[in-house]
Design a protein around this ligand. Sequence first.
Ligand code: 5GP
Length: 183
Amino acid sequence: MKIQIEDKEFECMLEYDQIKKRIRLIGIQMNVDYEEKVPVFVGVLNGSFIFMADLIKEIDISAEITFIKVSSYEGDASSGLVKKVIGLDYDLKNRDVIIVEDIVDTGATMGFLLEEIYKHKPASVRICTLLLKPDALQHEIPELTYTAFEIPNDFVVGYGLDYNGLGRNLKDIYRAIHVPSET
Ligand code: 5GP
């Protein structure tokens, strides 16, 4: 099914059923990896709110949840300029941190975020991302442990991800259709 958001047309790429199944597997893995621990899930707003909600329901060990916000991105092209982290007031000292992100594109946002989080002297840091664009990745991120889906360099919306503020409420994930130029 195709949908239109402002000037862009999108087609379905990942259905909710598929997403849920994958998240279930990640949850099972985390329950094993963090057995005997009490990790802090740090969701990166706004994009991760739906992913976090579904992921945390698959976690049956003790866990805490908090959210932060990184302002860095406008429209449909990554600026590479990360401005600041808001809300990192949770005590992460000696804690096992799991950063929950909607998408890792160039990795610039995550690089900056990791630097900020390490200042709090956590015991460990791992990243769980819903989507990863391996071809766009410009930074090594050894903390990247859990990836739900690797996708091509398409612009995607839905399941928490937006286009100019719209589309976060879509249940499935959609990719922008590239219209071939007429010249
Ligand atoms: P990076 O710093 O890794 O290049 O970009 C990460 C951020 O860019 C993500 O947190 C997300 O906000 C935004 N982003 C990157 N690719 C996409 C995309 O395809 N769709 C949407 N909606 N946001 C994206």
